[in-house]
Design a protein around this ligand. Structure first.
Ligand SMILES: CC(C)(COP(=O)(O)OP(=O)(O)OC[C@H]1O[C@@H](n2cnc3c(N)ncnc32)[C@H](O)[C@@H]1OP(=O)(O)O)[C@@H](O)C(=O)NCCC(=O)NCCS
Length: 261
């Protein structure tokens, strides 16, 4: 289990948030709640493998609310050469390359528009301000841009008008490449930009000698899952994301009264 106070969330929402991943047992849940209390946290964001039902139900009993369900997919690189769907190399409408410093503004602009009103776990929690939720993805993208290098890499797509898509990737030390965050400009949506970037990520992984490529999304994000499946990825696990609030019960009551009368 990994648990920490999130600096990004503190900066964004203005209160202490603890994030925890890989909880497996009731003891893990209790440990996270104690850690949150000791750090004066207002919110605990806990991710649990969906197969750990005892721990999941303990989070529910402790007042956690389900905010999203993630599905993880994986591609084994030695299978990838046969299974990936080829991109039409003659179609030069979109060019792909690694991001450089001068692309920063354009990439952040795409992140801002692509994730406006998105349906991640922040947006699902009615106690969080919508604009702050939109901004978490932009901050995440900005932080990745600042930390570009051996571990964090960003592919961009561009056409004659300019940059129209980005894909962030993270190198893990067990020869695994994670495809993390991506966004495509509205003006080119549905024209295969995302599929091209995923394909480019896979080609990079094969060329660099990675064993596996993995990625994740909300189960309701069907567009990206369709692309992954056609490129040979298969599902490997599900995770629930719970939010547990510590000091805002009165506020929740107000929200419920507003919602359900
Ligand atoms: C999801 C997103 C990245 C897709 O980008 P895109 O470049 O439009 O995707 P593609 O054109 O490569 O299309 C992918 C597939 O989805 C289909 N598709 C695209 N937009 C669609 C839509 N609005 N409705 C239904 N299907 C759609 C395409 O037909 C394509 O299927 P195909 O490969 O069988 O032809 C983009 O819409 C986006 O930025 N969304 C908001 C942020 C997000 O969800 N990011 C991904 C998670 S980090």
């Amino acid at each position: 289990m990994n648990k920490y106070v999130s600096k990004l969330d503190l900066d964004r929402f203005g209160f202490v948030t603890v994030k925890a991943e890989g909880l497996k047992s009731i003891e893990d849940v209790n440990e996270c709640i104690s850690f949150s209390n000791n750090n004066n946290a207002e919110l605990l964001i806990a991710r649990l493998d969906a197969s750990r039902l005892e721990a999941v139900q303990w989070v529910e009993a402790s007042g956690g609310i389900l905010c999203d369900t993630l599905i993880y997919y994986e591609l084994r690189c030695h299978h990838a050469k046969n299974s990936v769907r080829a991109i039409d190399k003659d179609d030069e409408t979109f060019q792909l390359r690694e991001m450089t410093a001068r692309d920063q503004e354009a990439v952040i602009h795409i992140a801002r528009t692509a994730f406006s009103g998105y349906y991640g776990h922040y947006h699902s929690d009615s106690r969080l301000d919508r604009r702050d939720c939109d901004a978490t993805y932009v901050s995440w993208c900005e932080a990745t841009i600042q930390n570009r290098g051996e571990v964090n890499k960003i592919i961009i797509a561009e056409d004659v008008i300019g940059i129209c898509g980005f894909l962030t990737m993270k190198v893990h030390d067990d020869r695994q490449l994670e495809l993390v965050l991506s966004g495509v400009a509205k003006r080119v949506e549905g024209r295969g930009v995302y599929r091209r970037m995923i394909r480019q990520g896979i080609e990079y992984a094969i060329a660099a000698g990675f064993k596996r490529v993995f990625t994740s999304t909300q189960i309701i994000n069907l567009t990206v899952q369709r692309v992954w499946i056609t490129q040979g990825f298969f599902p490997i696990k599900y995770e629930y994301t719970f939010h547990k609030w510590f000091k805002s019960d009165i506020k929740l009551q107000a929200v419920n009264e507003f919602r359900f009368g």
